[in-house]
Design a protein around this ligand. Structure first.
Ligand code: HEC
Ligand code: HEC
Ligand code: HEC
Ligand code: HEC
Ligand code: HEC
Length: 180
């Protein structure tokens, strides 16, 4: 009997990720020491930089042009000079810190816009960081995801603002909703 390719791929993915320990990834070093705290204190919303979170499954990183709109010209510190090096074009090669195993599907828009879950509920207090996080401040296990989907009262402990979960319908807890 031949296994359907999708099952084999899922099984291999699961094995690889269990072996690695999906969330215990090695420390990440970013190309520029970007401080979230300084920028959130300027009253920039999380979604003014991570604007794809409101319309897409990924949240994305801000385009370098946005950084340069404030940081081009003038006296520059070492870290700002690294930003200005992109004035000739190109995007800053930020690395991913939060990453689920490839067999899990996570839609940001659904959680941010429809369910109105605060970023901090899942990512922790990003607004307090004066340098990029080397590792996720907090992580979600499969049972954290399912706990919130089952109770709809925010099974996740909130770090900053209360989680307002507005879905007025039973949420998917079947495997296929998250594993694709
Ligand atoms: C001025 C733009 C800006 C603002 C405002 C901003 N971010 Fe970011 N964010 C970035 C940049 C640049 C990175 C990549 C460098 C880093 O990790 O610090 C990043 C990285 C992240 C990451 C890590 C993503 C990953 O896995 O690689 C998360 C999570 C995040 N931001 C959440 C937030 C939250 C929550 C807020 C609001 C409290 C916020 N950000 C506000 C620019 C911004
Ligand atoms: C709305 C304007 C604005 C935007 C957009 C912005 N910054 Fe800033 N940034 C500031 C201000 C203001 C400071 C604090 C004063 C300073 O150090 O210049 C700062 C500080 C910094 C610092 C710390 C500088 C140091 O040496 O301590 C870094 C690094 C930085 N920004 C990188 C970025 C990157 C990368 C982006 C794009 C993801 C970005 N900024 C987007 C206004 C902005
Ligand atoms: C319900 C939990 C949850 C909420 C709410 C949430 N995130 Fe995420 N975020 C995640 C998970 C899980 C990942 C890893 C996704 C993956 O690997 O597919 C992630 C990844 C990211 C990443 C890196 C990968 C990417 O998609 O670009 C950024 C940046 C990010 N989130 C920013 C935000 C911001 C900003 C907000 C609020 C506007 C937010 N997140 C709200 C759970 C959440
Ligand atoms: C704090 C609560 C909360 C957490 C934590 C959470 N979710 Fe959700 N999720 C929701 C809500 C609420 C909706 C439905 C929004 C709507 O469409 O009404 C949803 C919808 C979804 C959907 C779309 C399926 C559907 O029935 O609408 C997927 C897929 C999903 N979540 C995956 C995940 C994954 C994967 C995680 C963990 C990494 C996670 N969620 C963590 C609250 C949460
Ligand atoms: C609400 C989203 C969600 C639902 C529903 C869900 N899972 Fe998961 N699952 C996840 C996430 C997120 C991970 C990754 C957890 C981690 O990396 O710690 C995961 C990981 C796994 C793994 C890898 C082993 C592990 O613990 O990391 C297996 C196997 C798995 N799920 C099977 C299932 C089965 C079978 C079902 C249906 C009974 C199911 N999942 C339903 C979100 C979900």
């Amino acid at each position: 009997m031949r296994w359907p390719a999708a099952v084999v791929v899922l099984a291999l993915g699961v094995l690889a990720w269990s072996a690695l320990g999906a969330w215990t990834a090695p420390a990440v070093t970013q190309p520029i020491q970007f401080p979230h705290k300084t920028h959130v204190e300027l009253n920039l919303q999380c979604t003014s930089c991570h604007e794809r979170a409101e319309r897409d499954s990924v949240a994305g990183r801000p385009p370098t042009a946005l950084c340069l709109s404030c940081h081009s010209g003038g006296d520059a510190t070492e870290e700002i000079k690294k930003v200005q090096a992109f004035e000739k074009g190109g995007e800053i090669p930020w690395k991913r810190v939060w990453r689920l195993p490839p067999h899990v599907y996570f839609p940001h828009r659904t959680h941010v816009v429809v369910a109105k879950v605060a970023c901090q509920a899942c990512h922790g207090p990003m607004e307090t960081l004066d340098r990029p996080p080397a590792r996720p401040l907090r992580t979600l296990t499969m049972s954290d995801c399912i706990a919130c989907h089952e109770t709809r009262d925010g099974g996740v402990e909130t770090a900053a603002r209360p989680v307002a979960v507005v879905a007025g319908r039973p949420l998917a807890t079947d495997c296929n909703a998250c594993h694709r």
